[in-house]
Design a protein around this ligand. Sequence first.
Ligand code: ADP
Ligand code: MG
Length: 613
Amino acid sequence: MPRIRLLENDVVNKIAAGEVIERPGSVVKELLENAVDAGATRIQVDVEQGGTELIRIVDNGSGIEPDDLPLAFASHATSKLKHPDDLWAIRSMGFRGEALASIGSVAKVTLQSWAAGVAQGAEIVDDGGKLSPVRPWSGQPGTRIEVRNLFFNVPARRKFLRTTGTEMGHITEAFTRIALGFPHIHLKLTHNGRQVYDIPPSATLADRIVLFFGEDLRDKLLTVEKSHSAIKLSGLIADPSADRGNARLQYIFLNGRCIRDRTLAHAIQEAYHGLLMTGRYAIAFLFIEMPPDQVDVNVHPTKAEVRFRDSQALHHFVLTTLREQLRHSDLTASMKAPPTSTSPLPLRPSPIPAMQPLARGSGVSSPPSIPAWGTSARVPWEKPSPQEVWSGIVPAADSSVPPVALPTTKQPSPAPPDDPDSEKPVRALQLHNAYLVVETDQGMLVIDQHALHERILYEELKARMLAGPLEVQRLLIPEPVDLPPEQAATALEHQEALAKLGLEVQDFGHGTILVMTYPTFLAKHAPAKLLRRVVEHLTQAGKAPAPEVLLNDMLAVMACHAAVKAGDPLGEEEIAALVARRGLVADTHHCPHGRPTSLFFSKHELERQFQRV
Ligand code: ADP
Ligand code: MG
């Protein structure tokens, strides 16, 4: 029987390094966090060969006393926890006392530091776990750390390093997170002697976002700020026209620490539901401040994930706050003149410097124009200067208006008088069998007939479904639908969800599916066609989405299917019915795929364009 032995310290550190230090970017992350914890206001990062040759971080923080230098490299040695209970009240980025010990065990680290109040600085070297004696050092106040020969004694790790470009990408990401999380810190990054970023403390969060992710975001950022009991949410989110193909531009900072959290990511996406096309992701930079005892940050070696005490409540708080802001900015976009200056962004507890042009930015000093929905690049005709031409879109109606029985527009019905613009008869015109031009009190509206009808049907269907089971029609003779095997399997797999939508289906074997019922509401549309479209969508969706998401998606597909198309000529009454209903549903401004349904040109805007004012 092999005997049980305690592992050597050196081995323990290497094991820890395996968790904490995966690549050069992880070294940069840990060292940057230490500098932040030391209260640095200036941090310089120099990197050579993607960090495999050299990582040097110099800060002007509080420094380390000479006697403490060997301790900095001891495992589980930290200056940040003094009492066991402190573990539940963590305010610092670090606290595990593992990073330096880990890095020292897999590289050659020179640590030089001059602490405030000490006569002279001192240095120490940790070469793969072997510590040098402490020697005097004469340098600047603060700390300077050089990491060379990373993974020299862990060939497996070294082998897994990617190209310089990839490693530099990870380093830049670590740098970006600190730069966004601490907008008062002056940060510099160089690679092989060339400057990559120089971010002055005057650069606000918005400036930093634009610097890292592109100037085109400048005009699309909306401020979020709200408190709820002891929790504070602030930050910037982008209007839906600035979406992305992945969720990478969703940054969440919890008490300054950048985290990944599925619940919060879900809350963000939900807030944009119906405003983004399927497969598109919102852009959001959110800062959550909460008492440390409401969250456990000690569940992940690099603290990238946390556990909230009440994640449901937080989900709700984030979702409602974002949604409110999105709705609000949309409403006001067409009503208000552009603000003349950015409102300051209260983010970190530290004072936020006033906005100033960035050293590297361009055109930064121009005031941001109001975020205008409906100015997305998907607008199907030419636009000389989006922000100037249309400053907004239709105000969303009060969502508390109950849904009315809305037949498809092929059956005209009298216009209900709920809409403020419909007190007098609406003057509307169909153009190109696709657009409706409408005169309103404040100006002129151009409606995409398909997009608006789709939105109306979607809201209708949703309201009906929420109110209870959809009314269905049972087919006397079930209708067989032949589907490719994969799609037939998908249909059967989602039998329950389909039934909720009024489509009861059964297996008939050999890829044939029987449709037993269809929603009465969509009676005019062949059930077989409807099923095909929904199932096609399901098959493309890939792995099973959450049931609510799925239902919403299917509703959107059904609405799209049933709505009038571009190219359908409409009669006068049909036009009137459609226009009148735009006020009856919440979110009429975007179709369920996220395209705008209408564009609003205010009288003032028109006058300006024709240079009458
Ligand atoms: P942790 O950050 O979890 O405490 P580390 O291994 O990262 O553990 O650092 C160990 C200790 O070294 C820290 O607690 C801190 O006292 C000291 N230290 C490390 N880097 C710096 C720095 N840049 N400035 C001042 N002190 C530092
Ligand atoms: Mg640390």
